[in-house]
Design a protein around this ligand. Sequence first.
Ligand SMILES: [Zn+2]
Length: 257
Amino acid sequence: MKLADTHTHLYLDAFDTDRQKTVKQAINAGVTHMFLPNIDSTSVKPMLSLCDDFPENCFPMMGLHPTSVKGNYMDELAMVESWLNKRKFYGIGECGLDYYWDKTFAIEQEFVFRHHADLATAYNLPLIVHIRDSFNEVIRILKEINKPDLRGIFHCFSGSVEQAQQAIDLGFSLGLGGVITFKNNKMQETLKHIDLKHLVLETDAPFLAPAPYRGKRNEPAYVPLIAQKVAEIKQISLQEVAAATTANASELFGFTF
Ligand SMILES: [Zn+2]
């Protein structure tokens, strides 16, 4: 059984004392492929050094996280572009709109998000979209951009069936994480109505650990817990969930596992 963690921040401080061990534990748990979304200029070096340590397991993506869109966003965007010219990345992100923490730079966030969608098209890479209190705005922007070839992931998706369908209609996959294991989470009902072919798995480590580790540090080795919950809700086998979500990730990121 092979699994992919399509969204993990293994380069953050939370893993400073046991990063290598954490990656090895993930591989032992069958999570052979880990995709690392960038945050901003401060996260690039630790991200790339981890990917250089594990070239067959850890894969970098490049972008500017919406909560890092501040007054210097043009410099940060230039940094993103210059890195994309320097080496191979597997996705554009994470990017998107976060209206939950701070709306001071809402206009700039939209500008940066649109720019990332252009980059995803130009480099033919999946767009990794972060949404917080901004679902309708993201849908509006993606419709306005109107790029039929654009693909990507609505990261940490936990919306309604209608919202899931809107994302799918725009050519996007849904990233399912630890939230699906939380008691009475509404995504559990949504999931019953969504075909496996639209789903990929993720942890968003070190955040959002699945049950029974809720509230603790999350890590990629917990992806099987998420897969198990998906299997339970959809009443299929764990192997079926693993095969389908890994195949979806493989197609999205454009290589064979
Ligand atoms: Zn993230």
